[in-house]
Design a protein around this ligand. Structure first.
Ligand code: ADP
Ligand code: ZN
Length: 665
């Protein structure tokens, strides 16, 4: 009897290996190609997996193997480059290949649906915008990029907000279209607004497909198919669009490349910007990374000449740089978030019929409910954090696990008259502003006001409808939007980012401050930025304000070099979570004990408790792995993961590995 053909299948489970199945006699092996989906029985259910290879051997007794139930595609679902990209990503992030494939497909395909779908013709005839004449910096950037259109290069387009980066993208996209290639434009979720899409539509009378998580499953599949068939010429998408297949991709643009939303923070923890660079390299096409505040990684690559650095020095058109002003809140106390100087400035700008934007990275009414008699404060029972006081409806909310409690009448000690809501959140600031400026529209944008689908779009529309208004929000408000009437930007509290245990916190604080400032004076009106701080002479803050982002970044790079931190070394994090602190700790100690196997080029630090020691009832600890070379780190990680998987406790505990982590606290 001929031995049956064994099929190696990647399945969407966290288990890092392929699964063996038998090819039913009724199916011809020649029909199968790597990258095609199959349906298979798995435990008590059916899963959709991806066929990888056929084999003669298996380590499982042959009579234990099950048959493949169904072949779902008649051609590979994944184009060659996406297939290769998934293999690479699975390797690099030490994540199960089946899970990676699964993340790379729209959910309907994941569920086994056919990839043939109703095509929606997405032709919107917007009024064609004029193409402005490029200024010399822009023209230079376009010339340099145009020469590289048929080869692989990485460009770092480094230009302050409003310097005309988007205009440069448009010109180079136009050239790529003339060459009959498709273009992928990747944006952070928060910048993919109707306004942004509108700008593309009024420039390009071609089919543009949008790809982000706000779409329905059908719409996502439709965009995916239109890209694959070549019908969509431009795809604008968020993080996961890095896996969208194209018929003939000719250019990738990653805007706001420094934005941390390109890194997925759960399950398959990939960095979409880095994968986009890898994809461009595999396809031998150019990629543009654009930012007003490039990541230290990209700046470092530009300094090493791995990336071509193109700088736009000035604001495009008539817009000019804003004035900065620091308010020392040690002297000018901020009552309900507003120092008297900021209060007066708001009034003055509103009197000129302009808009004011206030930024406060704390939603809710007040971050703490505090007893002034005994010092008690309200904590979440499941997490090691204070609960945030929310108004209308009144309750305490844990911003980590979502636990909701009634506002207590008294503290632990029974004091009832001395409970106070301490600190300022966006709700409280909103209330205070309504009292001070009763006739001015106040538009608040944070996670609470934008929960409903479409709410963000409504609020943004309101902003454009009003002349004078106060816009108030968390970092959701800081990014990407273009409000032409804003002349004053106020940063309510700049201090959090200056003193954090996380090694990227200062970089992110600087990026955020500049993003926020970029909202002021986008057009002819000159903008002012007011920053409230208790540390007005802090060297990082001063460098940022007096000398600009590039000096600030150089200062940070020096710090990182001295401390041997990324981009001068490479990090990976193993995190363990368990109901007993000891369980997590012992598991990580076992990892730490492997350190001696790899010599002095690899360091394992920890285990230490996460900044929030307990979340959702689980104790959370980690070890940080640090190496001076990426390839060496990768080899060691493969070895460590293989070893961990043989440990019985690894099946009982929740553990993850995070390569190139964004946060290490
Ligand atoms: P960025 O993407 O760097 O924030 P944009 O490309 O959005 O900058 O440009 C900011 C504003 O300046 C836009 O209103 C844009 O239309 C305008 N603009 C850009 N380049 C020019 C130019 N060369 N001449 C006139 N206006 C320009
Ligand atoms: Zn909680």
């Amino acid at each position: 009897m001929a031995s049956p053909v064994i099929l190696k299948i990647a399945l969407p489970t966290p288990i890092r290996r392929l699964f063996d199945y038998v090819l039913p006699k009724s199916i011809d092996l020649n029909m199968l190609m790597p990258g095609m989906r199959v349906r298979v029985p798995f435990q008590s259910r059916h899963l959709v997996g991806v066929f990888i290879a056929a084999a003669k051997d298996t380590s499982v007794p042959i009579d234990k193997l099950k048959e493949v139930t169904e072949i779902l595609d008649d051609s590979p679902l994944f184009s060659h480059d996406i297939y290769q990209l998934c293999l690479f990503a699975s390797d690099y992030y030490h994540h199960s290949l089946g899970d990676v494939f699964s993340a790379a497909m729209p959910s309907l395909l994941r569920a086994g649906k056919s990839k043939k779908c109703q095509k929606k013709d997405e032709l919107h005839f917007a009024i064609a915008d004029e193409w402005p004449d490029l200024n010399p910096d822009q023209a230079h950037a376009v010339t340099v990029m145009s020469e590289a259109l048929f080869s692989h290069s990485v460009f770092l387009l480094d230009g302050v907000t409003g310097s005309g980066k988007t205009e440069v993208y448009f010109h180079i996209i136009k050239k790529a279209l003339e060459n009959k290639t498709q273009i992928l434009v990747m944006l952070p979720e928060i910048s993919l607004t109707p306004q942004t899409i509108g700008r593309f539509r009024s420039r390009f009378q071609v089919t543009i497909a949008i790809f982000h998580s706000g779409l329905s499953e059908k719409e996502r599949l439709s965009s995916w198919s239109m890209a694959q068939s070549g019908d969509a010429k431009i795809v604008i998408g968020t993080r996961s669009s890095v896996f969208v297949p194209f018929k003939k991709l000719g250019l990738i643009v990653v805007d706001e490349e420094h934005d941390s939303s390109f890194k997925q923070q759960d399950r398959f923890r990939y960095q979409a910007r880095d994968l986009a660079v890898m994809r461009a390299r595999m396809n031998r096409i150019p990629i543009i990374l654009g930012s007003a505040t490039p990541s230290l990684e990209s700046i470092c690559n530009a300094k090493k000449k791995k990336y071509i650095h193109l700088v736009l020095k000035n604001r495009a058109g008539l817009a000019v740089f804003p004035n900065y002003h620091i308010v020392d809140t040690n002297h000018d106390k901020a009552e309900q978030g507003l120092s008297s100087f900021l209060h007066q400035s708001i009034k003055a700008h509103l009197d000129q019929n302009n808009q004011v934007m206030l930024f406060l990275n704390q939603r809710g009414f007040a971050p703490v409910l505090f007893c002034i008699e005994c010092g008690w404060s309200a904590h979440c029972k499941r997490c090691d954090v204070r609960m945030v006081y929310h108004h209308r409806p009144n309750h305490l909310l844990c911003h980590h696990c979502g636990a909701k409690n009634k506002i207590p009448n008294h503290c632990d000690q029974g004091h009832s008259k001395s409970l106070q809501a301490v600190g300022v959140g966006t709700q409280r600031l909103h209330d205070a502003l309504s009292e001070f400026f009763p006739s001015v529209p106040i538009i608040r944008i944070d996670r609470d006001t934008t929960k409903r689908k479409g709410a963000l779009v409504d609020l943004l529309t309101q902003i454009h409808q009003h002349e004078k208004a106060i816009l108030l929000g968390t970092q959701m408000l800081a990014k990407g939007h273009h409000f032409k009437n804003v002349t004053l930007v106020g940063v309510i509290d700049a201090d959090r980012g200056l003193f954090s245990a996380d090694f990227r916190a200062t970089e992110q604080m600087g990026q955020l401050l500049l993003q926020i400032s970029g909202r002021a004076g986008r057009e002819e009106k000159k903008g002012t930025v007011l920053i409230q701080t208790r540390y007005p002479t802090h060297p990082l803050l001063r460098t940022l304000i007096d000398q600009g982002y590039s000096s600030f970044a150089d200062l940070l790079l020096d710090e990182r070099r001295i401390a041997n931190m990324p981009p001068f070394s490479y990090f990976a994090l193993f995190r363990a979570e368990a109901y007993k602190e000891k369980t997590a700790n012992q598991f990580l100690i076992k990892i730490k004990e492997l350190e001696s196997l790899y010599g002095s080029d690899l360091t394992i630090l920890g285990p230490i408790s996460a900044l929030i020691e307990k979340r959702n009832g689980l104790y959370c600890q980690h070890v940080l792995i640090k190496a001076s070379h990426r390839a060496f780190l990768q080899n060691c990680l493969s070895d460590i993961v293989t070893r961990i998987e043989t440990w019985p406790e690894s099946k009982k505990i929740k553990w993850i590995v995070d390569v190139d982590p964004i946060h290490v606290v």
